[in-house]
Structures are given as C-alpha cells and as structure tokens.
Design a protein around this ligand. Structure first.
Ligand code: 5GP
Length: 206
C-alpha cells in the first residue's frame, strides 16, 4: 500500500513510558494523528471510551475481525486489541502522518502490509527500573503487574525486528530521539515523493 502519509508504529513493554512519549510527541507535532484502537479489556482509572480506546465486548470484536474491519489485531496480556482499517487508511490517504501505539505483533503485521511503515521499539533502561515504574504507576493489581513483567521478556526480544530502538532512560532524551526518527523519515526521498508529489512533478522528477 502506498499513501502520501507516513505511518509510525511504536511498541514497548508496559511501563516503558511509551504512552507518555507518544502523547508528548503529538502535542509537539501537529502533522501527526493518532488512531484510537478497539480493545476487549475494561477501562482503567480515568480512561474514557473513544479517547484512550473504544472498549467493546469480545463477540463484537470478533465480528469486526470477520468483517475485515481491522488493519491489524492481536491478543495482548489476555485481551484483544485492534486498529481500525477505515480510520487509518483515510488519514494516510489524506497525507496525514499517523502514529500507532501497538504491541510488537501488530507492528510486525503492519510491516508486511505496509512496507514503508516505520517500526520504533522503546526499551526500558533495565528490568529493575521497569518493575519500579509498573509498581509506581499504581494502576494494576500485583498479579497483573507480574504477568506484564513476565511478558516483557518476550516483548523486548522482538526489538531486533524493528527499524529503530529508543532507550527511555531520560524522558526528554527519549522524546528528542522519537522526534528525530519522525523528522528523518519525513525527509527520505521516497517519503518526500509520496507526500510532496506536486513539487516533484513541477521539477520534472516524476
Ligand atoms: P494497555 O492495556 O496497557 O493499554 O495496552 C496493552 C498493550 O496493547 C500495549 O502494548 C499497547 O500498545 C497494545 N495495543 C494497544 N492498542 C493496540 C492495537 O490496536 N493493536 C495491537 N496489536 N496492540 C495494541
């Protein structure tokens, strides 16, 4: 699939700071849009339906899979998560750059459909730090945290398949790294050609 917009997929184990980094990036970069995923997990804390996620029941999620409504979907930590095909294709075809906060399975599915998607993996600085961050967040019960830490071992082993790796040791440094990746991608010849085709045509380059 070729679209004028760029697609960025950001994956990381829970507690790595991925959501905060993506949120800060979106505040700084008006050319980036985010797609709200569907999930079968229950809302946490202050989460609002349609803002963090579309919260739906499993039969409704499975019906969407059958209708081909998802661009990608995966089971993560015992719940189903998926990206709406329609929403994302509309944004990308309009020339909007899109960032997806998804797990590694979803990111690798997207790369097979969408070769120019940029896959970014955020790593924690260490296991001790990740455990502390998950506990400090205070959002999940101890058994859920233990499950997420266990899964994190498998997740980080997938970082080798990603285009970029950012280590979130210091938030500001990691944010700078993320902005740099987004900016560099936009300047690639192929990305400029897709996004600024009129300039290329005017210069006789197509
Ligand atoms: P959480 O329940 O903590 O919000 O998310 C759990 C994991 O599911 C995170 O790694 C998150 O990025 C991932 N996730 C969220 N939305 C999607 C999605 O649409 N597709 C996939 N594959 N993973 C998702």
């Amino acid at each position: 699939m070729e679209t004028p917009g760029n697609l960025f997929c950001v994956a990381a184990p829970s507690g790595t700071g991925k959501s905060s980094l993506v949120k800060a990036l979106l505040e700084l970069d008006s050319r980036l849009a985010v797609s709200v995923s569907h999930t079968t997990r229950r809302p946490r804390g202050q989460e609002v339906d349609g803002r963090e996620y579309w919260f739906i029941e499993e039969p409704a999620f499975r019906a969407k899979i059958d209708h081909g409504d998802f661009f990608e979907w995966a089971e993560v930590h015992g719940h189903l998560y998926g990206t709406s095909r329609k929403a994302i294709e509309e944004l990308l075809n309009r020339g909007q750059d899109v960032v997806l906060e998804i797990d590694w399975q979803g990111a690798l599915q997207i790369k097979t459909l969408f070769a120019h998607a940029v896959l970014i993996f955020i790593l924690p600085p260490g296991w001790g730090e990740l455990s502390q961050r998950l506990n400090r967040r205070g959002e999940d019960p101890a058994d859920v945290i233990a499950h997420r830490l266990h899964n994190a071992r498998t997740e980080v082993s997938q970082a080798r398949h990603f285009d970029f790796v950012i280590i979130n040791s210091l938030f500001e440094t990691a944010l700078f790294d993320l902005k740099t990746v987004v900016h560099s991608q936009r300047l690639k010849y192929a990305a400029q050609l897709r996004n600024r085709s009129q300039v290329f045509a005017a210069l006789g380059l197509v």
